[in-house]
Write a protein that binds this ligand. Structure first.
Ligand SMILES: N[C@@H](CCC[C@H](N)C(=O)O)C(=O)O
Length: 291
């Protein structure tokens, strides 16, 4: 199958963007995996597919596949690239743009400085909806919130905060992201049996109340240069643990994302994420029939 694609990146989290607004491409899971493959395909952390509006009040729908070919609920950096794509391609002149993703609807605004602000909606803390199995675990209190002990190996236990930004996140505090064992502990947390849908593992270093450094080992992809939902989850966790103010610059290996969350007693305020979204190149490719 011969297809056109656009290669994009947001803070170094990179995407192959496909247009299905004029008809479905019908790619299989294995073909998404092939497109994401950096050696045999185009190469990307995720594949974003733009579709027409599924209903009233919505401008588009977009779906997300991880590099392993699995479809996922949400992608923060991808959302910013999505809006840059539909505006640059002339598919809409609306601002903000409203889009359906698997777990709800998002509102995205292209700012005058070229960055994009996404209303990511409220975080979810209900353990069963993350999903996280806390049976027989005793949480430790820090600030006004909790951290859960997670046994990684017989002799290693870590503390994580768990929440969903539409997709599942476990956030652990580290002294220094540069020396944190992200590549070793990341897969152990991602595939931990306490997370039945697997999880994105964030490693958060608090610099001061409005600056953090973050690395994320993403479910279905591995470590990326930035993770938008991971940045939201890390800042929400930092705020609830009493460590951060309501607006925080998150330094990732690929750039800075600004996350704002006006928390109150209900913890239901939406999280706002602002960051870059850039087109890298356009291309065409023959996608093989792969298994
Ligand atoms: N890179 C993304 C998150 C993509 C999905 C994630 N790997 C998952 O499986 O939930 C972001 O910017 O949020």
């Amino acid at each position: 199958m011969h297809i056109r694609f656009t290669k994009m990146q947001g803070a170094g989290n990179d995407f192959v963007v496909l247009d299905e607004t004029r008809g479905a491409l019908g790619l299989s899971k294995a073909q998404y995996r092939w497109l994401a493959d950096r050696h045999f395909g185009v190469g990307a952390d995720q594949i974003l597919t733009v579709r027409p509006s599924p209903g009233p009040g919505l401008d588009f729908e977009y779906i997300i596949h991880n590099a392993d070919g699995g479809e996922v609920e949400h992608c923060g950096n991808g959302a910013r690239c999505f809006v840059r794509y539909v505006r640059d391609k002339g598919l809409t002149d609306r601002n903000p743009v409203r889009v359906k993703v698997q777990q709800g609807e998002l509102s995205l605004r292209l700012n005058d400085d070229g960055r994009v602000t996404v209303d990511m909606g409220p975080p979810t803390f209900e353990l069963g909806r993350i999903p996280f199995n806390s049976q027989d675990l005793d949480p430790q209190t820090r600030g006004a919130w909790e951290q859960w002990p997670l046994q990684l190996t017989t002799d290693r236990q870590v503390l994580v905060s768990v929440l969903s930004m539409g997709n599942p996140h476990a956030v652990m505090l580290v002294d220094d992201v540069d020396t944190a064992p992200v590549r070793e502990w990341g897969p152990q947390i991602e595939n931990h049996p306490r997370f039945p849908a697997r999880v994105n593992a964030g490693f958060l270093q608090v610099v001061d109340r409005s600056h953090v450094r973050l690395r994320v080992f993403e479910r279905g992809t591995g470590e990326t240069l930035a993770c938008g939902t991971g940045a939201c989850a890390a800042v929400v966790a930092g705020i609830r643990l009493g460590l951060l103010d309501n607006e925080v610059d998150v330094q990732t290996h690929g750039g800075v994302l600004t996350i704002a969350w006006q928390d109150d007693a209900t913890h239901t305020a939406p999280v706002l994420m602002t960051g870059p979204a850039t087109t890298v190149f356009e291309g065409e490719v023959d996608v093989p029939d792969v298994d």
